[in-house]
Ligand binder design. Structure first.
Ligand SMILES: Cc1cc2nc3c(=O)[nH]c(=O)nc-3n(C[C@H](O)[C@H](O)[C@H](O)COP(=O)(O)OP(=O)(O)OC[C@H]3O[C@@H](n4cnc5c(N)ncnc54)[C@H](O)[C@@H]3O)c2cc1C
Length: 397
């Protein structure tokens, strides 16, 4: 399938050639040549003032008649009977989206002996919980998890499915999307609803974090997306825990899949998980040496917080990757974020810009981090951090 070209309308202006992001269009003599590699993105069609180009009729599943009945779903990820924070964050976001669409919110809980988690999911924003329990689902394993979620979705027809972009989410949600023959946007940082067309607008950083791309799935259901942990806000305390628990018996997980659970290996974690910390003291290349992170640890301990880092500091081997914040690290939104010796590159900022209050310490007054800081301290971190530590200690006697 390729772009339809009407040579009689073409003026050889070359705008389509310039607009093609994949460089597969070229003018040859008095004709336009479309080389291999065209993704039918439509950029050339949009730019052509003379209607000389047209997208072909797309193949694929026909649009479903009407909107699926079952509202917005959230995959309620749990491990060893403990819900992941991102599941609760996404239920808060799902509630907001569902109010615009005027539909309900459901959580899908897979596991073994996990029923005790249902009240928490209902209080976090779900109107109902689809609960599938089986020893096969006791530990996360892509095969049974994707088969189970796909089967429940086939049966109940959700309009939207959201899941955390965690290790598990990244591993099995694409398989669910493939099984349901629908699209998937990975790693979203914002959602909204196009009310006119009832479409989920799925926004995520693209091209190294330099642009934010908004993606839609206009022709297939469900509309599926994974979302970064730590970006969305949970509902407040006032949410009610009323709702329904729907037990689901599954046929799909009875046959063994291609993968099986062997054992869990505990990762060496940061002292206080970044995602849970209300205060983060983060350091960058300005710290100069690994040993200076000790100073940040001391400040973080005094403030009851955790230590974060830029990729530059992680790549230098000063601190483990578990502490990295940003596009290829963690996304955090603490109440207080202290950035010391961090320039404020977009790839770092995308992971911490939703912090409630940002204090930046940098000796360069033109450092971009000051553009997003609530308080900017222009100066030497090796003077400011010890002074802060001393003041806090003095204040506490
Ligand atoms: C695809 C891709 C993904 C990436 N993902 C990430 C990511 O997830 N997270 C991330 O952080 N980066 C990421 N990066 C790297 C990012 O582009 C930056 O290179 C990195 O964030 C810079 O780290 P930094 O601020 O520590 O270092 P620098 O940019 O070198 O900044 C150091 C700062 O310290 C200041 N400074 C120096 N000495 C002192 C002092 N004594 N007192 C006070 N201030 C001082 C300097 O003025 C400077 O502003 C990614 C890059 C790419 C291409």
């Amino acid at each position: 399938m390729s772009i339809i070209f009407y040579s009689e309308k073409c003026t050889l202006c070359g705008q389509c050639v310039d607009a093609c992001p994949f460089g597969v269009l070229r003018l040859e003599g008095d004709s336009l040549v479309i080389d291999e590699g065209c993704t039918l993105c439509g950029a050339c069609v949009e730019v052509c003032e003379f209607q000389a180009l047209e997208l072909p009729e797309m193949e694929g599943p026909a649009p479903r008649p009407g909107v699926p009945p079952d509202g917005v779903w959230v995959f309620a990820e749990q491990r060893q009977g403990k819900l992941s924070s991102v599941a609760l964050e996404l239920l808060g976001e799902a509630r907001r989206l569902a109010e615009t669409l005027q539909v309900g919110v459901a959580a899908v809980l897979l596991g073994d002996k996990v029923e005790h988690l249902c009240p928490t999911l209902l209080a976090a924003g779900a109107d109902k919980v689809y609960l599938a329990e089986s020893p096969v689902l006791a530990e996360f394993c892509e095969g049974p998890y994707s088969a189970a979620l796909a089967e429940i979705a086939e049966r109940h027809q959700p309009e939207i499915i959201l899941a955390g972009a965690t290790y598990a989410g990244r591993a099995f949600i694409p398989q669910v999307a493939a099984a349901l023959k629908t699209g998937l946007t990975a790693d979203c940082t914002a959602f909204a609803i196009d009310q006119e067309n009832r479409l989920l607008l799925q926004t995520r950083p693209a091209f190294g974090g330099n642009i934010m791309a908004t993606i839609v799935t206009p022709r297939t259901f469900p509309q599926m997306a994974t979302a970064r942990p730590g970006v969305f806000k949970k509902l407040g305390e006032s949410a009610s825990a009323d709702g329904q628990v729907v037990r689901v018996e599954l046929a799909s997980i009875k046959t063994p899949g291609q993968s099986r659970f062997v054992r869990t290996v505990e990762e060496i974690k940061e002292r206080l998980p970044l995602a849970e910390a209300e205060v983060i003291v983060a350091g960058g290349r300005g710290l100069k040496e690994a040993k200076h992170f000790r100073m940040l640890e001391e400040l973080a301990d005094l403030l009851g917080g955790a230590v974060g880092a830029t990729r530059a500091a992680v790549d230098a081997g000063w601190i483990p990757y578990a502490h990295q914040i940003g596009q290829t690290g963690k996304t955090v939104s603490p109440k207080l974020y202290i950035a010391a010796g961090i320039s404020g590159a977009s790839q770092h900022v995308v992971g911490m810009q939703s912090s409630d209050f940002i204090v930046a310490i940098n000796k360069d007054p033109a450092a971009p981090i000051f553009n997003i800081a609530n308080i900017g301290l222009v100066g030497d971190l090796f003077e400011i951090i010890p002074a802060l530590i001393q003041e806090i200690k003095k204040d506490r006697g």
